[in-house]
Design a protein around this ligand. Structure first.
Ligand code: G3P
Ligand code: CA
Length: 247
């Protein structure tokens, strides 16, 4: 089962920062997940929320701020005094970290609250400029953008993200044209998830932070999990596979 570091190694480091991504990049896991938003002056930045209030010492919507302004805020201190000084990263900077690693990069397009018109074009252009298209898996809760990315990046995997528990995930995926379905842990424990897996879909689950849930996900044969604690789950997976404890 594949392990993705959710927002980087976000359990122990400030989420979606270079620090969290550098830690994830050191691990022999399958991939990393990140969230893309866009500033007022068109810079692609990595942040989960549309506002910066929760994870910085600033306030307001990313789409209303210039990159210069947003870059002046601290994105580390909220997680711990010793993380003071972390800045919001750009997509360019994060791609640079993974340029020489093996990791797959799951770029979540955060257009489910604000549309950010043309965001997919900006993101695809940026990834292409790094010559990393074959390393990227796209996803979004906004299934309109999923449909567009499927057309614009036809050789990439593009996953539909779901918050709700749907009765027929397989049929829904077929309707929008994808077999990659990223579902919540709650949904993954329902019958509909098993049905989607048995029907041949690639089902991945967010957010899996305990070894018990990891084992449960492995039992139902999901393809991958997103976790805030990638090192912990990697060590657990390794111990199970080789029937030993890691140091
Ligand atoms: O992509 C998986 C997961 O990140 C989706 O939920 O809210 O953490 O972006 P969220
Ligand atoms: Ca995300």
């Amino acid at each position: 089962m594949k392990i993705f570091a959710h927002r980087g190694a976000s359990g122990d480091y400030p989420e979606n920062t270079l620090l969290a991504f550098k830690e994830a990049a050191k691990l022999p896991i399958y991939g990393v997940e990140l969230d893309v938003q866009r500033t007022k002056d068109g810079v692609l930045v990595i942040n989960h929320d549309e506002k910066i209030d929760r994870t910085s010492n600033g306030k307001g919507y990313i789409r209303d701020m210039t990159f210069e302004e947003i870059r002046s805020y601290d994105f580390g201190k909220w997680k711990g005094q010793h993380f003071t000084g972390e800045k919001i990263p750009t997509l360019d900077e994060v791609l640079d970290i993974f340029r020489t690693t093996h990791h797959m990069i799951n770029i979540e397009l955060k257009t489910d609250v604000f549309e950010y018109p043309g965001l997919e074009d900006d993101v695809i252009e940026t990834v292409k400029s790094h010559e990393m298209m074959e390393r990227v898996l796209f996803s979004s809760f906004d299934h309109e953008i999923v449909e567009r990315v499927l057309q614009k990046a036809p050789t990439n995997e593009v996953a539909a993200l779901f918050m709700k528990i749907l009765v027929n995930l397989d049929a829904y995926g077929q309707m929008i044209g994808t077999t990659a379905l990223h579902i919540s842990l709650v949904a993954a424990k329902r019958e509909s998830a098993k049905k989607a897996i048995n029907a041949g879909n690639t089902v991945r689950v967010y957010t899996v932070n305990t070894t018990n849930d990891y084992d449960l996900m492995e039992e139902i044969e999901v393809d991958g999990v997103f976790t805030d604690y990638p090192e912990k789950l990697y060590r657990h997976a390794y111990s199970k596979k080789y029937d030993c404890k890691m140091n």
